[in-house]
Design a protein around this ligand. Sequence first.
Ligand code: ZN
Length: 357
Amino acid sequence: MRRSQMFRSISAAAGLCLLLVFSAVLEGCGDSALQSEEAGRTVSERIVEAIPEEELAAADAAQMEMPEPAVPENTAAEAAAAETAVTEEAAPEETAAEEAAAEDAAADGDAQDSITEEAVTEIAEAENDVTEEAAAAVQTAPITGQGRVVVLDPGHSANIPSGSEPLGPGSAEMKSKDTVGTRGTTTGLMEYELVLNVCFALQNELTSRGYTVYMTRSSHNDSVSCRERAEVANNAGAAVFLRVHADGAESASAHGASVLCISGSNPYTAATYPQCRKLSDCVIAAYCAATGCYSRGVFETDQMSGNNWSRVPTALIELGFMTNPEEDTRMASADYQALMVQGLANGIDAYFAANAQ
Ligand SMILES: [Zn+2]
């Protein structure tokens, strides 16, 4: 008798947690698109990370010198410092209502000064609660993958295919098959190393949630063009094609995560737009909820060949800026990578949950 009462209480509490988490994520799915003009400008600024030849050579040399594992091992002190940085960074963007104001303030570089330490602590505590709830919900949630196929695309590689390929099926516009990507200005970590580590961990997480997961590359020596990456997803009949990148900018203050999605007037694969947009909204919302990362939102662009060649629901997430010292350090830490993985997996779960409604 007592045991069954206790079981009912636990079930009710778990159910409530699940409900809260899912409604939080789904609410985020409804965020409207950012202005397309702004998207165009921002995207064109960073789509082609044109890196001078010397830098490429230096990157290659650095890669050769860099022994495995690629991610530097973090001391407890570093991990603690990174955690503190997460809390402080996350605080200004905590509520959706204050997001716009926080963005303006962040542009001035003084967002963090505008809140009191008490507020930071309160928000940090609230955020920890959310994370714990999310973790509990994940543990008690039924298997959600149901064998659905997810293809993960860890961006770039140490072995970049030479030459160019059409921007999309039938396009006369040619684009480089791939670029070297960005690198951590503080950690020295290459983008292709960071995202492969995250994708390996995400593959494990999604597999444990019941998904069938394939990767477009599994080593730094794999040479895969953007079109070929999309073909992996097409040939696998993927239900989701998630492309994972990290951002870079000239300004060290640029920070936050964003998702690149095709537009509704994409000339190559417009039919997939509604699903791409839903996936993009779910992924950015869940990722930022789990990590506390600042959300730059979803940018619609038809200039990403990997997205254009895909015939399945596709989103490209920029996990954060490797050119921002705090984000670079944080993203290299194992603790934060675990949060990133939870957020991305939650986003995929939320996408399928939203589709089922
Ligand atoms: Zn990239």
